[in-house]
Design a protein around this ligand. Sequence first.
Ligand SMILES: Cc1ncc(COP(=O)(O)O)c(C=O)c1O
Length: 416
Amino acid sequence: MNQNYSKFGEKFTRYSGITQLMDDLGKANHSHDQDIIMLGGGNPALIPEAQRIFVDELKKVIDAGAGQMFGYYDGPQGSEVFIKALEQMLNDCYGWDLDEGNIVITNGSQSSFFSLFNLFAGEMADGSQKKVLLPIAPEYIGYADQGLSANMLVAVRPKICEFENQQFKYQIDFDQLKQTLKQENIGVICISRPTNPTGNVVTDDELARLDNIAKSNNIPLIVDNAYGQPFPGAIYTDVTLNWNTNTILCLSLSKLGLPGLRTGIVIANHATIEAMSRINGILSLAPSSVGPTLLTRMVKDKELIQLVNTVIKPYYQAKADIAVQLFNEIFGNSSAKLHKLEGAFFMWIWFPTLKITSEELYQNLKAKGVYIIPGHNFFIGMDGDWPHQHQCIRINYAKEETTLRKGLEMVYHEVF
Ligand SMILES: Cc1ncc(COP(=O)(O)O)c(C=O)c1O
């Protein structure tokens, strides 16, 4: 590595474990080997009917001139007409009272988190150091290296609630969480719901308790809704979506099947939106206009919600049902356990009796052409001394059933 890089350069050019993993997945995705079984990666499914509707919409935009799509800069807050359409849609759907000052557009959720984490944590203006608190780990790996300061994340080890049918669910350990809030200087709390990698959807009650804790500690609560409502709506439990001026709700167009658009949406109080807009201006002048121009009409006419309810959500729900069936068929009567499949499109499988680490399991499966994600990468902001951290894997089940079956059978034979 270049010795003349800054601290920023050193931090952001580091070759982390997950970078290595993504390199592996990228190579496997582009290989011509027909026998590779790809169950890693977080790409949404290309749902043919949804893709057709997006391409038709693109043609309409092109026929109308397309100038707004790439010929002009939006303001740093993002496309005004898109923000207006979102505001109306969200107020109608959830009875909120948003105005245009409550929404900012970014170049994808990943860049929303970079701005938000470094706004509320790290080296503060008064010289103190603050951290981002993750109430539950495992948590989304993309948060891991976002801080401009070192060691900016701290996570709380969850409680494990076990059910019949070899299923389990992580729950927030509120006693530990309160302890962490006392011991560490926390600037912001962040949770993904549904959670990548586990498919967990923290309950309304858990979220309400987090909301109260955040308010009483005078810090914001970020809820990462990349897989949630209103789009792509990949939630299979009965939960509600709430927002208040202490909540920062992050949405994304990616999991609708549009990750290439790089469009994120942040809903927050006026001061946070103003701050995020200014960061947008400095980092990128303006967010991309492509996603907003493509989807403004569909948001305004509520066609996007209809597409979610009639095509996208049912597609993922059906895949989730198949995933649970296959797990029961293949792993039934073994010691393997499946995290309750409540949202997103991942199976999180725990092997309490695993004789090797999840990393070794990954390597062994890779040698046989099966790609999964070893779970230890997702226990961010925690010490590595909990054996459970090395006993889990993540599988993307938004695949053809035959591919998923074959892959799960190979995992079974490797472990048992
Ligand atoms: C939980 C979660 N949040 C955020 C993102 C980032 O999404 P994007 O930057 O594409 O909007 C992802 C991507 O996989 C994710 O899984």
